[in-house]
Structures are given as C-alpha cells and as structure tokens.
Write a protein that binds this ligand. Sequence first.
Ligand code: GP9
Ligand code: MN
Length: 623
Amino acid sequence: MKQAFADYKFFFIAIALLWVKTYIVYKTAFELPMDNKIQELILFINPISSVILFLGITLYFKGKAHRRMIIAVSAIMSFVMYANMVFYRFFNDFITIPVLFQTSNMGDLGNSVFELIQPTDVLVFVDILILAYFMRRADYRPARASRKQITLTYAAAIVFFIVNVGIAETERPQLLTRTFDREMLIKNIGSYNYHIYDSIIQSKAKAQRAFADGSEITDIENYTRANYKEPNPEMFGKAKGKNVFVISVESTQNFVINESVNGKEITPFMNDLIKDSYYFPNFYHQTGQGKTSDSEFLLDNSLYPLPSGAVFFTHSQNQYNATPEILKEQGYYSSVQHANNKSFWNRDIMYDNFGYDRYYSLKDFEVTPENSIGWGLKDKDFFKQSIPHLKEMQAMNKPFYTKYITLTNHFPFTLEEEDEMIPEWTSNDGTVNRYFTTVRYTDEALKEFFADVKAAGLYEDSIFIMYGDHYGISENHNDAMGQFLGKEITPFESTQLQKVPLIIHMPGEKGKQMDTVGGQIDLKPTILHLLGIDTKGDIQLGSDLFSKDREDFAVLRDNSYITKDNVFTDGKCYDKATGKPVEGEENACEPYAERAKTELDMSDRIIYGDLLRFYDKDKAKQN
Ligand code: GP9
Ligand code: MN
C-alpha cells in the first residue's frame, strides 16, 4: 500500500491539487450560499469522485505517457472549470451541454469575453505547470498499474460518490430525480458530476423524441382548449390588416420606466409613449438560458423555452405553428431585423422554420467601427438603416410583420461619450452605473425611430409592440440594485425585478394602463387577436392579455410564479402587499402550484417530443 503511494506519488498529488483547486474555485468564482456546515462539507467532498474517476484513466498508461496523461486530464478538467467561471461571470449560471455546442455564439461574444477575462485567471492553470516541472525533475515514470490497483481506484471513486450523494440526499431529498436548479446540483454533486448528469439528461431528451407518439397531443389539446380565453370583443380585430412592428428592447427591465437617476429621466420617450398606449407594468420575461432567443420563442409560439439550453439550438428541427406562418395564411409578409451574424442563436435556421420570409441580418446593414459599440451596430444607426428595409416591405403591397431586436443596451453596457444622454450612475458597481446610460441611449434611438417611421408615412397603418427581452442586471448586482431602489433585494424583490415593460401602441387609440399579470407567453394570442385572427384550437400556453376572462398569472422559467396578490419563489409564498412570506394562510399560492408545474411540463413535453408534428390544426379547428 505504502509502496503504491510512493510509486504513484504524483498521481495522488494531482488528485489533491485538482480537488482543492476546484473547492477554491467554488468559493471564489461562484456564489454558492451555504445554509449550514453539512452543505459546506458536501461542497468540499463533491469534486473528489469525478477527480479520481478521470485521473484514474492515467493509470492505464505507464512511464512518460502516464505523466503526460496526468497533465492532459488536469488541464482539461481545469479548462472545464475555467469555462464555467467565465460563463458564470456573464450569465450567472453554469454551462449546459447544448449551450456548449453554441460555439458560434461563444466566438461572437467578442467584446464581452474580453471584459470577462481577468489576469488572475491564470492561477487556475498555474498548479499544472508546477506539477509538470516537478514530475520532470523527479523523472517520474511509474510502471503500469495492476488491474487490482485500477479496480481499487475506481472503487474509491464510487464510494466517494455514494457517500457524497448519500449526504446530499439527506440535505436535499430527490436531488437527482426532481428538477432542481443548476446551482443546487453544483452545490451537491459538484461541477464535474453535474456535467455528466447534464449529458445524461440531454441524451434522454434525444430519446424522448424518438419515443413520443401522437396520443400525447390529445391531453395537451384538451388542456389548451379548456384554458382558452375568449378575446375581448372591443379589441378583437382592432388592428386588422395593419403592419405590425414588434420591438424587442435589449435587456430592458420595467424598473427603469418612470424613474430617474441623479434627477435625470431614464426613459423619457417611453414614458411619454405610455401615455398614448396600452402599458403593462406587471408583465414578466420568461426566458431561460437562451436569453433573447428564448424571448423570441415565447413571442412567436406561446410555448415556454427549455429549462436548460436554448430551444433555438436544441430543437430547431421541430414542427412549430409560429406567428409568421399563421400570418402568411392571412396575406402578411414577415421579417426580422437584427444587425448580428445570422447564425447567432441559430436564428437563420429557426426563423426559416417559423416561416419568416426575410431576415435582415448583419450583411444587410452597413456596420463600421465608427457606428458600432459593444456587440455591434449602435441602435440609432440600426433603426435608421432599417427604413429602406421597410420601404422594401411596403413595396410588396402586403401588410407586414417585422421584428426588431436592439443591441446597444447589452452587457457590458458600453457607450461612447458622444452618445451619452445622461451620465453614468455613481455606485461602486460599474455595470449598474453604465446600464442607466445605455438604456437612456436606446430610449433616444426609439424616439428617433418613431419620427422616421412617421416621416416614411408608415405610422398610421401600423401598430407597435415593444417589450424588454429579459433582465439586464443579474442577481450578482443585488447590492447596487438595493442601493438604487432603496430596499433590500430579497428573493421576492428579485422576482419582481423580472418584470419587463410591455407597450402596445396603436396610432389613434388612447390606450391605458393594464394591470393584468402576464408574460411573454401571452404575446402571441394577444397580437393575433388584435389582428382579428382566431386562435381557438391553437396549441398555446398563454392567453390574450386583453381578454376579460383572463386570470392574473405568469410562470417564470425558474419555476417561480406570480398571481394577482402573491409571488411564489425560492420555495416561499410572498404577499405582494408586504413583500414578506405569507403567514397564517400558507396556502395562498397553493391553488396555482399545480398549474405552474403543469404548464411548464406540458411545454417541455411538446418540445422534447416534437409533438406538434402530430397535430392537425385545420382538423382541430373544425371541431
Ligand atoms: C444577440 C443579441 C443578444 O444577437 O440578441 O443576445 P442575448 O445575449 O441578449 O441573448
Ligand atoms: Mn437579449
């Protein structure tokens, strides 16, 4: 035994290094709040099983090859860790396999990646260099390990894993069978095991499609039929035959509306527009890891995006019944305008699938270093350059549906001084400080755009639907947000910060504030009904925001849900009036719990099983 330790000295040192390093990264690079000592213990021991598992491979090699394998395995595992660190800085989340294969996205991150990488990051790899140096100096060349030694090593990995999961199960029952969030998985089984777990989940998804059969669509159809809400007769067809401008306003949260920073209004144009529009202050984004693309998925399908990965990537081959396709039947021409690579978020493929006639992407805009910042073309130039596209669409002699996706108000929220309409805020959180200034810029771009649309003679015959795609300020910035809002950011407040503005502007209509609780899932039936298109019989999980029968309800992709009076998040039911967990009547949220779960599950089933391929809409409509 002692001999084995001596023979494979560096093998054991490598295990210890990787193990301890992983723990240090957990504690320094991620925010993993610990409730008690047991959780801390679980976190400490959770890397060991996978570290042994993977470094165990090196035992199949002898001499120099063994040495090289130690370096290779340590480097790969450290790199996986590092990729998670960088990803976390941006998304406040951990990588999942589908996201990992979005390499085109990762490449395009460009500027943001630069902002996310820090000089101290080299520390993640330094120990490997030192290890390599000492192995060489010691001329470490062990003989091939015996079968018994290898078996013992793997047995140790298994034992560590069982002990790990055993303790975790007592802490968090049903950890692996129920869907918890990624943070909880990392905390309990560790980042490497999490990736293994994730790959199993993803393969399962692949299998799900293969095994799905047509009968499953029936109960989904029954559910959506039963939950269908009759349109408000005063609003149905109100915008029949009009052009539709959908404007996805990057990272814009509702808290900036009617707010000032250092005495300066953040969104003066939108604040004005709201006065002549239908404005929904209780409207939530429902996106997951697919960010903007998830919001687009919600918009055009009235289905939820996925609990992990971006549905635009993972299920772009599915059958959908998206808005552009429906509008085509009604004689509409549809397009998207966004000055980014067409393949970003796999948009080119997915748009085609949704039935968009045209995608005006990067190559359709003139993008130069002068008119770009951060992620690309500045919003003002983007809107300006879109006017000729509108003329093109107009020349088709058909009404059009066009979706704009803005870009300037994107992390890291940079702007040239000449474009700053209001100065940055002055907290010690640069991201939050800059956010207000870039939101203000986008607001100005919108103002100019409306003027240009009017000048082009397109205003009167159109309606405008503007909404925020998702949050811009993640929970990593709760301190500064707390300072801005003058209150502590509790899980309740955090959920309320997921509100994004929704403004429906119809020229000639006065509009009003609509307090109904809703989300992006409701956009599709709302828009179609305004255009006088019936949605009864459609498979949709949202409902018309103008419907008189509507219930106040929104489910977020992290399983939180919001009703008229309550917010359920983080396992607690909060009272909106007080912002505190409901006391006494614990059941205030309970009647909605089942519905929230059912709707998310149903949506996942539709997507994983590609169930819409079994749905004959025309036949269903006749019944
Ligand atoms: C990229 C833009 C921003 O094309 O939509 O993407 P996001 O990071 O917000 O999903
Ligand atoms: Mn976005």
